[in-house]
Unconditional design. Structure first.
Length: 252
């Protein structure tokens, strides 16, 4: 069962908010020298705060997928933990921490959102977490304040696991029904980041991240046996490769 392996991995890499982060060493003055980075941290915190609403919707859709529902129980815990660590940091440096009324407003706007297909949702989730991991790692390298750099590394590692478990769940679905591969690739081509349900523009450390798109396409090839270009029948046409990073800030 995927859950047993995922739980073991999550426990082995679990970090503790109070003991694994040197809160007393935070340098607010140094942090405040990078307001653009702190804005991205704030937007990321708001996105992570959305998962207590998103996850029950996913569980309702995936109710008959025992592996998916089991693993999403860990994902919910870790995602809200990400909100908490980011917002604690914003409090610590005195930079616009997220307030409860903002979280409630995001949930109010998305209260009636429903997802139609489990394979499509898992693909969208996998891709969202994949891009999140890439950008957290890049922000970690850009952060001059060491504690924030460490936090971003910890969260980025969690996001790598989240993307991988979604890929593992999709692999099981494709083994049961290979025709689902078309759904995966179709969902990838019309990708819309889950974070766009929360903020107008998903926070990214660097737009048009070639490596993020390349490694995602490799992941899709491993899953489906085809890349995005082959799905369109234009494998030799570079223009067939969708600008997925541009889609992060485009309407669906």
């Amino acid at each position: 069962m995927i859950y047993a392996d995922y739980l073991a991995t999550a426990e082995a890499h679990r970090w503790i908010l109070d003991t694994d982060i040197a809160w007393d060493d935070v340098d607010p003055a140094l942090a405040l020298e990078q307001p653009d980075l702190l804005d991205r941290v704030r937007d990321s915190a708001l996105i992570e705060s959305y998962f207590p609403l998103f996850t029950p919707k996913a569980l309702s859709l995936l109710w008959d997928d025992v592996n998916a529902t089991a693993v999403f129980s860990i994902q919910l815990y870790e995602s809200y933990k990400h909100f908490h660590v980011f917002n604690t940091y914003l409090h610590c440096v005195g930079y616009r921490p997220v307030q409860d009324d903002e979280i409630v407003e995001v949930r109010r706007r998305n209260q009636h959102v429903r997802y139609a297909d489990g394979t499509e949702l898992l693909t969208r989730y996998m891709m969202s977490e994949h891009f999140a991991a890439h950008h957290f790692f890049k922000d970690a390298r850009q952060a001059r304040e060491p504690v924030l750099a460490h936090i971003l590394q910890l969260v980025g590692r969690d996001e790598v696991r989240h993307a991988q478990f979604a890929s593992d769940l999709l692999e099981l679905r494709l083994k049961r029904d290979p025709a689902e591969a078309d759904k995966v690739l179709a969902a990838a081509r019309r990708f819309r980041h889950i974070g766009l349900e929360v903020v107008a523009e998903v926070p990214v450390a660097e737009k048009n991240d070639f490596m993020a798109v390349l490694t995602l396409n490799q992941k899709l090839q491993r899953l489906t046996g085809r890349g995005l270009e082959s799905f369109t029948g234009e494998a030799n046409n570079e223009s067939a490769q969708p600008d997925l990073e541009a889609q992060l800030v485009s309407p669906e």
